[in-house]
Design a protein around this ligand. Sequence first.
Ligand SMILES: Nc1ncnc2c1ncn2[C@@H]1O[C@H](COP(=O)(O)OP(=O)(O)OP(=O)(O)O)[C@@H](O)[C@H]1O
Length: 362
Amino acid sequence: MEGVGSNKAIYTTDVPEDRVELVEMIASLEKPVVMFIGDVDSGKTTSLTFVANELVNLGYRVGIVDSDLGQKGILPPATVSLGIAEENFPSLSEIEPYLHYFIGITTPSQYIGETVVGVKRLVDVARSLADVVLIDTTGFVTGPGFELKRLKIEAVRPDLAVFIESTGERERAIEELIEVSSSLTETVLLRRSDKVKSHSQEERRAIREAKWRAYFSSSSPVIVDLSTLRVSGTSMFSGRPLTGEEKELFERLHDWVVLAGWKGKESYTVVKADSGRRPYNRSVIKAIDFETLSNLLIGFIDELGFCLGLGILKWPRLSEGLLEVLTPLSEDELSRAVEVRFGRIRVTESGEELALLRREEL
Ligand SMILES: Nc1ncnc2c1ncn2[C@@H]1O[C@H](COP(=O)(O)OP(=O)(O)OP(=O)(O)O)[C@@H](O)[C@H]1O
């Protein structure tokens, strides 16, 4: 990608002096876990990249947990990822990914639980592999973003939380986060570099597009057989399939063409052909438009709950229990999957983001 470049943050030593002091501070701690927090485009990733490279220069093995879901450096998008740096690197995208946790969407507001669990689990692994663990986070610091940061700090209990100075209305959110964190962790407030550049929603989308494209560049189609895998992240495929009579009843009552359906413990889930109408989501019947499933992101999950990699659902063969999926995973990697988890973004292999879904839609 030209212009913005697919790596927004790169290694530069042209950073405010307080980052140099931060490196000294981290080096004085015993196997520390350090979380970077700041608002959008405040320079979190640039600061983390600087600190990581300087620690590598001091001979450290640096674990990096990338939970900046919307603007990840360590691929793939829509996951929390762990990478280990032992050599200098120009940007996070150059780091070989080691392990992932599936979130399934590029914005965490409805996935706070998953994001906190993902960060906590990857930090636990990183602690056992690295001399120091650095955590990158989203720039989402108000509303649900504030809660997310607070919960991440509570769950992970980092040795140090590094905040980046904010301006305007976000300033108060950062101050409050420092207040609520200070009994749980050491905190430090860094200056905002005068070199930081902000990026429009369009630029951010273009960066994500390049990342999706890179991740799916060498994908091939596979058939996923749901009789051998668990399904999660959706109420589809749980319970028993609808009987012919039940299907007919739904068709007559709602004027739908029902493609497939299941009766779970407390409710029905129905996939219908008709699109263009508002999603029908009542407490006992969840109706999903077939179109919603097209190009939906899914994750392949291993027996420990980590994400082996992603796929794009191209054609669900619902009544056969088969999914036609595009994925860069090898047969060997796929054979380690015990579960398929449904995400909430529709995206093509060329990186076009078609839609974000709400959690309750599937
Ligand atoms: N010290 C610096 N020198 C030059 N450019 C910088 C510096 N710090 C930040 N930038 C630029 O400012 C922009 C935002 O920085 P960065 O990507 O590190 O912020 P962030 O807070 O991680 O962003 P996000 O909101 O995506 O999480 C980037 O384009 C980055 O290259």
